[in-house]
Design a protein around this ligand. Structure first.
Ligand code: VAH
Length: 322
């Protein structure tokens, strides 16, 4: 049985749907600290769901025991922009929450998957074709907590044999679920605003190029990684990349292929300062070699599915989406 913490976030619902169709509905438990958002197209967990604050160790342990959990996908975390606004809470949730999960993994022999991020790199990391092993001195609270995740997970693997696995996710684009307060959120907002208003004011600079991926690739790759035999993994933390684009590049594709009158303006805020410290492109050769990672979509394909998917949402339910 699998527990997905932060299960109602941008990725949890989609991962749960996929895992439930593979392993059975009752074998995938979602946890979160809030109720499902009824305005989202896939709002309902449609299977086991429990309240869990990941900083509460006894409560988490109870869930692991009651549901006889074998794998934990630990999605619960404050993302980069939200974390920067509330560092104390980010430290508590991202660090204490992960430590709780690792301790439970040690005691109850769980496989733990916890994503890291391109945010685990920093201003002194090279910008292009960044390898798995490089300088990691992030200057955001989010990045610092994710370096902690990587190092502590590796430590528990080495010391106690915990099957810890992590990939560094890029910005993930989805149509059915909304992102939860990251620096890459513009790449989803832009489609909503372009379709609704034919204009978008972007909070990053035109040339802020960052690694990006479509959610289906992210979920498929994550499942492939979870199912890979441990013996096949030569490392515990992998870069995972699909393509990279900047706001001006995605705006140009939208204008050229979907909405000729689309207007983009720029009002960079504190998130630009975060984006500037992250790499533009990643090298993910090890993921491709060790567990067969291959994304299906690059930038043009991502823009196409995002445009069509979000246009469909507004056609189907215009009143319920903000
Ligand atoms: C964020 N989307 O912007 C997240 C992610 C690629 C970075 O971890 O915070």
């Amino acid at each position: 049985r699998v527990l997905i913490t932060g299960g109602l976030g941008q990725l949890g619902i989609s991962l749960a749907n996929q895992l439930r169709s593979r392993y059975g509905v009752d074998n995938v438990v979602l946890s979160d600290v809030r109720k499902p958002d009824p305005t989202l197209p896939i709002a309902h967990p449609l299977g086991p769901f429990v309240y869990a604050d990941v900083t509460n160790y006894p409560l988490l342990e109870r869930i692991v025991v009651d549901f006889q959990i074998d794998w934990v996908v630990h999605y619960s975390a404050l993302l980069s922009a939200v974390a920067e606004k509330n560092p104390a809470r980010a430290l508590h949730v991202n660090i204490q929450g992960f430590q709780n999960v690792l301790e439970l993994a040690r005691l109850h022999k769980l496989l733990v998957f916890c994503p890291s991020t391109i945010g685990a790199f920093g201003p002194s990391t090279p910008k292009d074709n960044v390898p798995d092993i490089t300088i990691q001195k992030p200057n955001t609270i989010y990045g610092i907590t994710k370096v902690h995740t990587e190092l502590l997970g590796e430590y528990y693997h080495e010391k106690f044999g915990v099957d810890f696995r992590s990939v560094r996710y890029p910005g993930i684009l989805s149509t059915d679920t909304l992102p939860g307060g990251g620096t890459t959120d513009y790449a989803i907002d832009i489609f909503h605003q372009a379709i609704k208003a034919n204009r978008y004011e972007c909070f990053l600079n035109p040339d802020a190029k960052l690694p990006m991926m479509y959610i289906d690739d992210c979920i498929d790759g994550t499942i492939q990684f979870l199912e890979a035999p441990s013996s096949q993994l030569t490392q515990r933390v992998y870069n995972m990349s699909a393509d990279s684009f900047s706001p001006e590049e995605v705006a140009a594709i939208i204008k050229q292929k979907y909405a000729p009158g689309f207007e983009m303006s720029y009002a960079p805020d504190f998130r630009q300062a975060i984006a500037e410290t992250w790499p533009a492109t990643l090298n993910d050769d090890a993921a491709r070699r060790d567990w067969g990672w291959r994304p299906n979509l690059t930038t043009d394909g991502i823009v196409e599915v995002m445009w069509n998917g979000i246009a469909q949402l507004y056609k189907a339910k215009p009143a319920t989406i903000q």
